[in-house]
Design a protein around this ligand. Structure first.
Ligand SMILES: *Cc1c(COP(=O)(O)O)cnc(C)c1O
Length: 457
């Protein structure tokens, strides 16, 4: 164990301190009973101890800033540092300060409303939702309100494909809608023949992710839109994975009525570990009256994320937004084609920003989990594993456009090496990772009963 792997409490020495301040001339007066009875149990350490503690901690984890992070469905693109610099200029903003002093912020919202409308083909956006799932719920509530406003109260069902992101059926259930599942065909797209019999006067709409969870563009989207609109339903677009389409095609033009974007994914905010997020919801013209007013709350939505997206869009410019979308598709197809000689590719067609392998072609007892763990030894984050549920050994790879050809090649070389190791020395993979601070935690206990607090034994 290295000296600085010790807990900061173990480095503590009584009386040691990281600051030097003059003693106050007068003692702080006792006021009421707010004084502590005993001193707070804080580590007593020097400034270098504090700096090394936090710097070392930061390096025990994996992040986009430390290496390639091909986590499918998450768009872990590199987040340009200029975004952070711009956000830091707004640190003094207070949600309750007078509107006359926040006009610049309102300009940013107005710009973002226009920019996102142009990118998506929707009419207007609300910036209140603070995550993708939050956007889904907001969008579904808008759909419900639209039907109710027309006295159409029988529309209580929402169609969701079996390949959908788990948040889709969950949001629908929270909104009080009944979920009807439509099957995918063997090629991974929505089965139109299975969709037709589900349509009727009880259908509020359909939620679609496009490109879908397998990274495939729903080729029949126009026909699906006609069918759903034909029965009086609306189309919800889960735009969490807008990355490959931005600047290329627009959900509004495909016939969608409501959608959300994940600004934290597509528009570059660091979002590991569950936050922060922003899931603005865009609507077509006929749903604009149902948006809550004002569309920017007193608390401005998740302003930091929206501002980063604004900086990102402005620094890319119109042409480069489109280029980013295209490069994300190129990178995914490049990896897919380069690795299908040793990983099982269940769906061959051209993908968008991501694709799914179903484990090793010749596993030799080695599972997708073992491959994922071994990748850490080579300095790469694992892809998304065991999702989507359509395959047993799913490895879902999303490289994003921010990686160079050399990084993609290095990843491809390592994946080939891992396939060779599986054939020659499967034990090496079963016991991986070997070079990380911890190896294989009990994932359930780590998630359900995490130990987040120091207690002296
Ligand atoms: C990430 C994602 C979501 C959920 O977004 P959150 O911000 O995590 O709530 C929904 N749908 C799809 C397709 C996603 O990839």
């Amino acid at each position: 164990m290295r000296y600085y792997d010790k807990l900061i409490f173990e480095l503590s020495r009584p009386g040691r301190s990281a600051f030097s301040l003059p003693r106050p001339e007068k003692d702080i007066p006792a006021c009421g009973n707010i004084w502590r009875e005993s001193a707070l149990d804080l580590p007593e350490v020097s400034e270098p101890d504090v700096v090394r503690h936090y710097t070392n901690l930061s390096q025990m984890n994996f992040g986009v800033d430390t290496g390639f992070y091909p986590l499918g469905s998450c768009t872990m693109k590199y987040n340009p540092k200029i975004n952070e610099e711009i956000v830091s200029m707004f640190g003094g903003l207070h949600p309750l300060q007078p509107a006359s002093t926040t006009q610049g912020v309102r300009d940013i919202y107005s710009f973002m409303d226009k920019a996102l409308a142009e990118i998506t083909g929707m009419k207007h956006f609300t910036f209140l939702p603070c995550a993708g799932a939050h956007g889904e719920l907001t969008g579904l509530m808008l759909i419900r309100e639209y039907h109710m406003s027309r006295g159409d109260s029988a529309r209580t069902k929402i169609i969701v494909p079996d390949s959908a992101h788990g948040t889709n059926p969950a949001s629908a259930a929270v909104c009080g809608l009944d979920v009807v599942v439509v099957k995918s065909r063997p090629d991974g797209l929505v089965d139109i023949e299975a969709l037709k019999p589900l349509l009727g006067p009880d259908i509020a709409g359909i939620m679609l992710t496009n490109p879908n969870t397998l990274g495939l563009f729903e080729k029949d989207i126009k026909q699906i839109a006609e069918l759903v609109h034909g029965c009086g339903g609306l189309l919800y677009y889960d735009g969490a994975n807008m990355n490959p389409l931005m600047g290329v095609v627009r959900p509004g033009d495909m016939g969608f009525d409501v959608m959300h974007l994940n600004l934290h994914k597509t528009f570059s905010t660091p979002h590991g570990g569950g936050g922060p997020g922003s899931g603005p919801v865009g609507v077509c013209e006929r749903l604009v009256p149902f948006l809550e007013k004002p569309r920017v709350s007193g608390f401005h939505g998740n302003f930091g994320v929206i501002l980063r997206a604004c900086a990102y869009i402005l620094s890319l410019g119109r042409e480069n937004v489109k280029l980013a979308g295209r490069l994300s598709t190129l990178a995914a197809n490049y990896i897919k084609e380069s690795l299908k000689d040793c990983f099982k590719l269940p769906i061959e067609s051209v993908c968008k920003h991501e694709f799914v392998f179903d484990g090793l072609l010749e596993p030799n007892g080695v599972t997708t989990l073992d491959v994922a763990k071994r990748l850490l030894d080579y300095g790469f984050h694992a892809p998304t594993i065991y999702f989507p549920l359509l395959f047993h050994e799913a490895l879902m790879i999303e490289p994003t456009e921010t990686e160079s050809l050399q990084t993609l090649d290095a990843f491809i070389e390592v994946m080939h090496k891992i396939a060779a190791e599986a054939a020659g020395d499967p034990e090496l993979l079963k016991s991986a990772p070997h070079d990380t601070p911890i190896s294989r935690p009990d994932e359930t206990t780590a998630a359900r009963q995490p130990i987040l607090k120091y207690s002296k034994v």
